[in-house]
Design a binder for this molecule. Structure first.
Ligand code: ZN
Length: 470
């Protein structure tokens, strides 16, 4: 790990000098923005950013913060790094508006999950270009988006109109582990951004099929992780003389009851809207059923078939995945304790206490201890009747007339949850369009972003932020 870090640093150092040599004027003769030149620059900066190894743990986001700082300084964009712990840092940069509108924040986390180089086709931190894509850990989650935010800041500074609102770039540490970066900013530096009207970050869920943009999903709400640990205890002993109600046996029976439990279906208005929005993309009879999803779900056969599909099931109910398991460390030892962890995800509006009560009844074994093992963050959502949402929908339709723009609730968590608590309208949206296969690279192997997404995304993201900030 240390050796790779060294090598990356050398490459970054070299390439950083290249950035400084980029053209000083990128306006074409007729005064229009010279897009090819900015798009070449975006590709180059994307590669540089992906070469900064911010695998978390340990994070080392200070290197990414310095990467951004150098560029912001070069373009005269006011910025500040906050190193809240050794090598863990956030960076904020700001373009000033005239204050007639409240700021917009472009939020991206700079850390990435770890990568297993042996399972990749290329070095995950070399930013190799192959088959029309740049490979690198974080290309989609979410350095690609951070790059579009950076390009928008540069473009606004050099080419943009006078701004009515501040545009704030916020790069944070540790989203992939504990949100320490954002939590630190909110606890210590909220004065710098808490009056914002809007925030754009990850969570947008778009679908590309072939070269057709099918769905553009703006994330306005997410499910909430409510992680639990079950502990069963019982008489220990030698494996040669079974104990009928041993800790392991009790736990397995409890898990079995959990697996058999179908949590109630609850159709939230946003989810109902989502099914209506994507109905047109379905063949009959699914099309009619999605268009009238509330009615359709009353048919138990249809409800069961729909819930059997992973991509739809989580939208309709609280879900439970049994993940960690532990019992004895030896085959011939009956342990006195056995545990399992449940990754429970609650729908917005659900009460963890009510869920716990229902689960306790399902388990029906008072000797099994149930405890919450994460910091529960109540799910929240943002309204869609805003100028920004309409603008995203309109611009998307201009670029991709047949695409469906919708609001898909995320199964995962994003930091939008933290910023919504400040009264900020937070959306997950990015003009990066990926196929189902490309999506597998997120937290998986061979994560990559297509050159087309980098080039075209630079322009599409800039145009939305420019228009909302005029
Ligand atoms: Zn992410």
């Amino acid at each position: 790990m240390a050796r790779r870090n060294n090598r990356i640093c050398v490459i970054c150092g070299l390439l950083a000098t290249l950035v400084l040599a980029l053209p000083t004027s990128a306006r074409a003769q007729n005064g229009a923005i010279d897009w090819p030149r900015y798009q070449d620059m975006a590709v180059d900066l994307m590669q540089q950013y992906l070469r900064v190894n911010t695998s978390n743990p340990p994070g080392n986001e200070i290197e990414a913060a310095k990467f951004f700082k150098k560029i912001f300084d070069q373009y005269g964009i006011e910025n500040e790094i906050f190193e809240f712990k050794p090598s863990r840092a956030n960076i904020i940069a700001r373009l000033k508006g005239n204050g007639s509108k409240r700021p917009i924040i472009l939020l991206s986390h700079m850390d990435v999950v770890t990568a297993e180089p042996a399972s990749w086709e290329v070095d995950p931190f070399a930013a190799v270009i192959k088959n029309g894509a740049i490979y690198g850990r974080g290309a989609l989650d979410m350095k690609g988006e951070g790059l579009l935010h950076l390009m928008t800041m540069i473009l606004l500074k050099r080419e943009g109109p006078a701004l009515s609102r501040d545009v704030i770039f916020l790069g944070t540490a540790d989203e992939e582990v504990n949100d320490e970066g954002s939590l630190w900013m909110i606890a210590n530096k909220a004065d710098l951004f808490k009056n914002a009207e809007y925030l754009l970050t990850e969570g947008g869920d778009n679908l590309l099929e072939g070269d057709q943009v099918k769905i553009v999903g703006v994330d306005v709400a997410e499910k909430a992780p409510f992680w639990l640990r079950l502990t069963a205890t019982g008489l220990p002993g030698h494996g040669s003389r079974p104990v009928a109600d041993s800790a392991t046996n009790r736990l397995i029976r409890a898990m079995n009851r959990i697996l058999d439990w179908e949590t109630p279906v609850k159709l939230l208005p946003a989810v109902e809207q989502y099914f209506k929005d994507i109905a047109a993309l379905q063949p009959e009879p699914l099309r009619s059923r999605f268009a009238n999803i509330r009615e359709a779900l009353k048919d138990p056969v249809f409800a069961k078939a729909l819930a059997s599909q992973r991509e739809f099931n989580f939208l309709l109910r609280n879900t439970i995945s049994i993940t960690m398991l532990s019992g004895s460390k030896q085959t011939n030892v009956i342990p006195n304790a056995a545990t399992c962890n449940l990754d429970v995800r609650l729908l917005p509006g659900e009460s963890p206490d009510d869920f716990l009560k229902a689960l306790t009844e399902v388990i029906a074994d008072p000797t099994i201890k149930i405890e919450n093992v994460n910091r529960f963050k109540p799910p929240n959502s943002s309204p869609i009747n805003t100028e920004l949402f309409s603008l995203i929908a309109r611009k998307t339709k201009e670029n991709y007339p047949t695409a469906v723009v919708t609001t898909k609730m995320l199964s995962g968590y994003t930091e939008s949850q933290l910023y919504r608590q400040l009264g900020i309208v937070a959306y997950g949206w990015v003009p990066i369009y990926t196929t189902a296969e490309e999506d597998e690279g997120v937290h998986g192997n061979n994560e990559r972003i297509s050159l087309r997404n980098v080039r075209q995304g630079t322009r599409e993201f800039y145009e939305v932020v420019k228009d909302i900030s005029r």
